[in-house]
Design a protein around this ligand. Structure first.
Ligand SMILES: NC(=O)c1ccc[n+]([C@@H]2O[C@H](COP(=O)([O-])OP(=O)(O)OC[C@H]3O[C@@H](n4cnc5c(N)ncnc54)[C@H](O)[C@@H]3O)[C@@H](O)[C@H]2O)c1
Length: 313
């Protein structure tokens, strides 16, 4: 596999052979990755292509998207990636995305809803109503429009996987500080988990994946005080317990897609996926053991309802 570098994208070479995945793990599959031109989504897109899938990258960022298409095609020495400039909040963009994906690859088997504007993460009292609307437009509305564009054809063929890059915070604990962000993510998670019930038994499998701590930081661009606290061995950041490289996140996503039937109707942390696949991490201590147990559909619904101690008696 060709080693491709990029001045625009923050990437390192990808080779997942050591994980047990193979170059044809996802052969014949076609995937759409929204927000696939940076960080977590870019890791997913590169890993899926490495594992043999054709990948359609849908992202608002045209410069990064075009570069993503170039990098993935060169890495895999073929015409395996298509970038479609897409704003997931616009119906006409989703329609165009679907038209281009079907025209290029004939079908879509995998939909990864991952796009998000991470700046929409203020507190309720300090944010505008427009920010809340924008967050919901990308999260809940964008996910629902993409689902409606791609899932009916999956059901017709009796084959498909739908997933969502969710967060473990479905309302905002004090240490996170992004109420607008978590409100939108919770809404989209609800859409996805409800979809799992709607499509049960159709051959389409639906789950959420939490890419907690996935990302690569350009340390040179960090503020001075954060640079001093950066620990290169652990890749640990203040407020993060670990940073999992996007290629590892991508490997975890491929593994989860291969086990989508098992995961249907549940949510999984990326650290769980990496541990399940015995991901031989360069720094094993950077994979945080997950103490949260995997919840089933009903437990997740109940967890949403559980908001605190309730009445004193
Ligand atoms: N990185 C983490 O630790 C973490 C943890 C939990 C959940 N997540 C979720 O994972 C996803 C990716 O996170 P990230 O850290 O890679 O974010 P990021 O900001 O690096 O990437 C988001 C991508 O989405 C694109 N995007 C933004 N608005 C869009 C729109 N309207 N239409 C299409 N594309 C749009 C951006 O251009 C960007 O390429 C997000 O949904 C995020 O909520 C990330």
């Amino acid at each position: 596999m060709a080693v491709v570098t990029s001045e625009i994208l923050n990437i390192v070479p990808i080779d997942l052979a050591f994980t047990g995945l193979t170059k044809d793990s996802l052969a014949g599959e076609v995937a759409v990755v929204t927000g696939g031109a940076s960080n977590v989504g870019l890791g997913y897109a590169r890993a899926l292509a490495w594992a043999g899938a054709k990948v359609v990258v849908a992202d608002l960022n045209e410069t990064a998207g075009i570069e993503t298409q170039r990098v993935i095609n060169e890495e895999n020495e073929g015409d395996v990636c298509l970038f479609v400039k897409t704003n997931v909040t616009l119906q006409e963009d989703i329609d165009n995305l679907a038209a281009q994906a079907f025209a290029k690859f004939g079908k879509v088997d995998i939909l990864i809803n991952n796009a998000m504007n991470m700046r929409l993460n203020g507190p309720i009292l300090g944010s505008s109503v427009e920010d809340l609307e924008s967050s919901f437009a990308i999260s809940a509305k964008g996910v629902m429009m993409a689902v409606k564009a791609f899932v009916p054809a999956m059901i017709e063929r009796g084959h498909g996987t739908v997933t969502y890059s969710t967060t473990q915070f479905h309302y905002c604990p004090p240490m996170v500080g992004g109420s607008i962000y978590t409100a939108g993510k919770a809404a989209a998670t609800s859409v996805i988990m409800s979809l799992a019930n709607e499509v049960k038994g159709t051959g389409v499998n639906v789950f959420c994946l939490v890419p907690a701590g996935v990302g690569r930081i350009d340390v040179s661009k960090l503020p001075e005080d954060m640079k001093k606290r950066f620990n290169p061995k652990m890749m640990a950041m203040p407020g993060f317990e670990s940073m999992v490289p996007p290629e590892a996140g991508g490997a975890g996503m491929v593994y989860s897609i291969l086990h989508a039937e098992e995961l249907h109707g549940s949510g999984i942390m990326i650290s769980d996926a990496l541990m399940a696949m015995d991901y031989p991490f360069p720094n094993p201590e950077t994979v945080r053991p997950n103490t949260a147990k995997r919840m089933n559909d009903m437990e997740l619904t109940m967890a949403f309802c559980y908001m605190g101690n309730g009445f004193n008696k």
